[in-house]
Design a protein around this ligand. Structure first.
Ligand SMILES: Nc1ncnc2c1ncn2[C@@H]1O[C@H](COS(=O)(=O)NC(=O)C[C@H](N)c2cccc(Br)c2)[C@@H](O)[C@H]1O
Length: 523
């Protein structure tokens, strides 16, 4: 693979991503579906689009130190907008267009963006009128003229925020994870050294733009001079369309959460096996069920499988090649031992570093891709950006991940659980506490506990156990409505169970294990 590291010394996202454009302007950067056909955008065209968007955004008053909210899925037009923000020194905040108004309002109020950009033609949102709203399409940006403001900062520096990712927060307010250019590029360069992507790859990207795997896909793919093929979101639930797109785009690698493969394995195994250009996959966000991974390998002998592990707070922290063949007795996959440039420490509950094989500890990540902190929340930041437990007096910081793991005999780590109540549903991060707070906000709810339990098809799903307030009656329909209006779809419980009282543990806490059993039994 052409090693883009060092060849284009870059300290901002746009410089890193457009580096290859100088060398291979006619190479396809993005292959995407537009108007029912496949369209190719070259690196030169993308670079010119970034210039045009940067001029339009500057006209709209966007400059160093601002935030720009961008509602979109991955596309060449959206990428041009993100990179234009980076060039102007504004942090972009990618938001899923399907996010409910109340949650977008929370993000807009928290970040006070100078501009809120939405895809042309979407229905208006109920938002405070203080924020300027712009519309974009492949042909450009329609933005209100901005009030030119006195800029105290001119140049962008690598430690400035490149993007904010809002994720579920236990307090009920979404948490903004702030990544600097330096952190994002340090991770992307670590991925290049692994290596994840080769310059002749066509990388099919399947994550929402608001999920940092998609930013990784575009960053590493374009930064390495390869081609990005963003998969239309609606194809993910239509196996034949998805396979058709992968075939027509000539995808050599597919990145995404493990659950994206389930419908293909179940409904179109033959067409999946016929994808003769497919040579690798990268999965992130949650464990890959081993039975499904074996099945995928049967259909594609020799397929390279990379397990990409980690939290948005360090972009991720480790890559591991999944062995081929997968040992018959394998119970779980290794997550590796840190990406090139990162170091993973295991710390047990009394704070001492453990490294005896098999000893479980909480992963602490020492790496150059540490996030800058949670937006406007120094207390929550201090909880997870902590002194290096090996050298507490060194001034070195590590990310306390909340992930439990043990070291195998081969020195690689195996993820085996969480220290808190974060769960993943189809790779989406959910703090159960946030779901419970939303339910408890309802006046007729006396107690509420949310648990994740595997449904019949193995897919984890969210269950809510609700105890109505004394004498009140509460209906699932109104609870669902409240959840739908305040949280992304993936956080709306799939099943509601109404109890007269909660099962309790010996020390009087809700017995989540018993409730998870009830959830499993109820499927
Ligand atoms: N590969 C795995 N196997 C199993 N459990 C995983 C994996 N990757 C995460 N997780 C879990 O998800 C948590 C974090 O969730 S997150 O903040 O939403 N981030 C994510 O999921 C995605 C994460 N940023 C990421 C991962 C890889 C590449 C890129 Br680029 C980005 C981790 O702390 C783990 O508990």
């Amino acid at each position: 693979m052409t090693d883009a590291v060092g060849r284009f010394p870059a300290d901002t996202l746009d410089q890193f991503v457009l580096g290859p454009a100088a060398r291979t302007p006619d190479k396809p950067a993005v292959i995407e579906r537009a108007g029912g056909a496949l369209v190719t955008v070259t690196y030169g065209e993308l670079a010119r689009a970034v210039d045009a968007r940067a001029a339009a955004l500057a006209e709209a008053g966007v400059g160093t130190g601002d935030r720009v909210v961008i509602e979109s899925q991955t596309s060449a037009a959206a990428i041009a907008l993100l990179l234009a923000c980076s060039r102007l020194g504004a942090a972009f905040v990618p938001v899923d267009p399907d996010t409910p108004d109340l949650r977008v309002r929370a993000i807009v109020e928290a970040t006070d963006p100078v501009l809120h950009i939405r895809p042309a033609g979407r229905p208006a949102r109920e938002l405070p009128s203080t924020t300027a709203v712009a519309e974009f399409s492949p042909d450009g940006l329609v933005a209100p003229a901005g009030k030119p403001r006195q800029r105290r900062r001119r140049a962008v520096v690598g430690t400035d925020p490149a993007y904010l990712i809002f994720t579920s927060g236990t307090t009920g307010q979404p948490k903004g994870v702030v990544l600097s250019h330096h952190a994002a590029l340090a991770f992307y360069r670590g991925a290049q050294r692994f290596p994840v992507v080769a310059a002749d790859d066509v990388v099919a990207s399947t994550s929402p733009l608001a999920f940092d795997v998609s930013l990784f896909d575009l960053g590493v793919t374009l930064g390495s001079g390869a081609t990005l093929a963003p998969v239309p979101r609606e194809f993910l639930s239509f196996p034949r369309r998805l396979l058709g797109f992968l075939r027509d785009a000539g995808a050599t690698v597919v990145h995404g959460v493990p659950s994206l493969w389930r419908p293909l394995l179940r409904h179109e195994p033959d067409d999946l096996a016929a994808l003769d250009r497919l040579r690798g996959i990268l999965f992130a966000g949650e464990n890959f069920p081993l039975a499904e991974l074996r099945r995928l390998r049967e259909l594609h002998p020799g397929l390279r499988v990379v397990n990409a592990f980690g939290a948005t707070e360090t972009v991720a922290c480790s890559f591991a090649e999944v062995p081929d063949p997968l040992p018959a007795d394998a119970e779980r996959l290794s997550i590796g031992d840190g990406y090139p440039g990162a170091e993973l420490l295991l710390v047990d509950s009394d704070g001492s570093v453990v490294d005896a094989p098999g000893a479980v500890g909480e992963i602490h990540v020492r790496c150059p891709s540490l996030f800058s902190g949670y937006w406007d929340d120094p207390a929550a930041t201090r909880q997870v950006l902590v002194p290096d437990p090996l050298e507490p007096r060194s001034g070195q910081l590590v990310y306390r991940s909340g992930d439990l793991a043990y070291r195998g005999a081969d020195g690689e780590l195996y993820f085996c659980g969480r220290t808190d109540s974060m769960v993943k549903i189809r790779g989406n991060r959910i703090e159960l506490g946030e779901v419970e707070r939303r339910l408890l906000d309802h006046p007729t709810v006396g107690a509420a506990v949310a648990v994740a339990a595997p449904a019949a098809d193995g897919e984890p799903s969210l269950h809510a156990f609700v105890v109505p307030r004394q004498g009140a009656t509460v209906g699932a329909a109104e609870l669902v409505e409240r959840c739908r209006r305040t949280m992304p779809a993936y956080m709306v419980p799939a099943r509601f169970h109404f109890l007269t009282e909660l099962p309790l543990t010996a020390n009087g806490k809700a017995n989540r294990t018993a409730l998870a059993e009830l959830a499993r039994a109820a499927r």
